[in-house]
Design a binder for this molecule. Structure first.
Ligand code: DGL
Length: 263
């Protein structure tokens, strides 16, 4: 049991924002980080094809890495396949990542909340249902971004981001209505927290940028059995790229996160 890893899954590097928090809360756990880079970006996929693709991929991942738990550290995937994953693998615990609409609705003072996400997450019924369930008393604007996930990928590898492009993508989040202004932007894609500083810098006014990474890591921790006292075998944390082609900057980035790229 002790050596079964926690598997974190995303289409790219976005799930590293969750890994960061998971490491703090679970320093003794072993992690396998899976980036489905062969299929990135998920935001543009048709729903049935993406659903099938992820189910097939998980059958292989669970078999190969035997994780104790899997964290779908991707809103675009979770809002589509979390239920099918639970049905297909009923004995395996899954933690999903879905837009933090409920906490945003509880916290907003102006009543104007924006949800920044991929086009896939914005069009999901799951996201609409969250709004109907938790946010009927406020105005929620859904903002689909085609580019931010890719901008975050480049930024993390090359250290460069076009600030004007970030500004263009976030601008529709900011609305003013009857003297009130948007006061919360939900970061509903795990890639986006990597660009949070640039977003703060280019935003027309200050808002709370809601990043659910810590809450997701806490949920995962709550589902794990306590580790036995004796230390496990010291196997390094692993990063798996479904393309099998992690280039130099990707490897360097993974090393920075304490992950060895699987060959
Ligand atoms: N990181 C993913 C999410 O949380 C999406 C990136 C993409 O593949 O478009 O939604």
């Amino acid at each position: 049991m002790a050596d079964r890893p926690v598997l974190l899954f995303d289409s790219g590097i976005g799930g590293l924002t969750v890994l960061r928090e998971a490491r703090v809360l679970m320093p003794d756990r072993r992690f396998v980080y899976v980036a489905d880079d062969a299929a990135f970006p998920y935001g543009a996929w048709e729903e049935p094809a993406l659903n099938d693709h992820i189910l097939k991929l998980f059958a292989r991942l669970l078999d190969r890495y035997q994780p104790e738990i899997s964290v779908i550290a991707c809103n675009t995937a979770s809002t589509l396949v979390i239920e099918s994953l639970r049905e297909a693998f009923p004995h395996h615990p899954f933690v999903g990542t879905v837009p933090a609409i409920k906490p945003a609705a509880e916290r907003t003072r102006s009543g104007l909340v924006s949800v920044l996400a991929t086009p896939g997450t914005v069009k999901r019924q799951y996201t609409r249902d969250l709004i109907h369930q938790w946010a009927t008393k406020c105005h929620v604007r859904l903002v689909a971004s085609d580019r931010l996930a890719s901008l975050a990928e480049t930024y993390m590898r090359e250290g460069f981001v076009d600030e004007n492009a970030v500004r263009d993508e976030i601008t529709p989040c900011f609305i003013e209505r009857e003297g009130a202004r948007t006061d919360i932007v939900v970061l509903a894609c795990t890639h986006y927290p990597f660009l949070a500083n640039r977003m703060r810098k280019t935003a027309p006014w200050p808002v709370d940028w809601l990043d659910p990474a810590e809450a997701i890591a806490r949920r995962a921790l709550s589902l794990l059995a306590p580790l036995p006292v004796e230390p496990g075998i010291n196997t390094p944390d692993l990063a798996v790229f479904t393309s099998g082609k992690a280039d130099f900057s990707t490897r360097r980035l993974m090393q920075g996160f304490g992950l060895n790229v699987a060959r």
